[in-house]
Design a protein around this ligand. Structure first.
Ligand code: NAP
Length: 235
């Protein structure tokens, strides 16, 4: 039984078609938010939409490829036109790239990881910032990774992208300090998703937490009563 703590909020979750993003979207739907589901895979977005609606919630799918950086500039105005504003933005979508030595990383792949994990989120902030500031309680959550404080071989592009997004998040948190917008970072830890299986193909995923097990922190950081700003939180 939810407390409807996000009732009447508009929440945009990227990477909502599966994994952690799908679970955050479902949790927000249960808490009464109208959830905008962004990702590329229409069928999977529709499944998450149908789950939220069957649970009594509201959702709308937004099929978008985050690599299409220029097109992202229209997202803010489109959301304003269709929904009248935005209260919560979860920058969850991400890609791992191929784990390999830095010296053997093709620049095309480096750019792809940086585009999806960093540049797309900066462009989203550029587009969504007026809506978040207009909200009486704008909330932004960026997803990072334990590889930032604990560097390791072969994770170069992903690790650099997550370090960069943490820096973006801290900068944006400082800039939002005098406003109603609160900006925080979550490190979800090891979670049973496609990305985790790609990084650790031999691992027994059944022993890892399911994405549904880690959604409380995302609800907490989205609450209108939340005061933390610029924090980095382990889920
Ligand atoms: N799982 C873990 O253990 C773990 C640990 C630390 C951090 N994280 C972080 O948590 C976040 C979610 O990871 P996850 O494990 O849930 O990953 P996942 O299962 O691989 O899901 C990634 C999501 O991102 C979306 N996405 C990827 N490229 C996209 C693009 N170009 N345009 C739009 N959407 C795109 C995918 O949707 P489509 O394919 O439909 O586009 C999918 O919904 C990521 O930022 C990841 O770095 C995960």
């Amino acid at each position: 039984m939810s407390s409807q703590s996000l009732k009447d909020k508009i929440a945009l979750v990227t990477g909502a078609s599966r994994g952690i993003g799908a679970s955050i979207a479902k949790a927000y739907g249960r808490e009464g938010a109208h959830v905008l589901l962004l990702g590329r895979t229409v069928g999977a977005l529709q499944d998450v939409h149908d789950h939220i609606v069957a649970d009594g919630g509201k959702a709308t799918i937004m099929p978008v490829d985050l690599k299409d950086i220029d097109a992202l500039s229209t997202i803010g105005p489109t959301i304003f036109e269709k929904f009248g504003g935005l209260d919560i933005f979860v920058a969850n979508a991400g890609i791992l790239g191929t784990l390999r030595p830095l010296a053997q990383t093709p620049m095309k792949e480096w750019h792809e990881v940086m585009t999806v994990n960093v540049s797309a989120n900066v462009q989203m902030i550029r587009s969504l910032d007026p809506l978040l500031r207009a909200s009486d309680a704008g909330r932004v959550i960026f997803l990072s990774s334990g590889v930032v404080p604990n560097p390791r071989s072969y994770w170069g592009a992903y690790s650099a992208s997550k370090a960069a997004i943490e820096s973006v998040a801290h900068t944006y948190a400082c800039e939002c300090e005098p406003t109603n917008v609160r900006v925080n970072i979550v490190d979800p830890g090891r979670v049973r998703t496609d990305m985790r299986a790609q990084a650790y193909p031999g691992e027994d995923g059944s022993k890892l937490p399911h994405p549904d097990d880690i959604t409380d922190v995302f609800v907490d950081l989205a609450l209108p009563t939340q005061t933390q700003n610029g924090a980095r939180i382990d889920a």
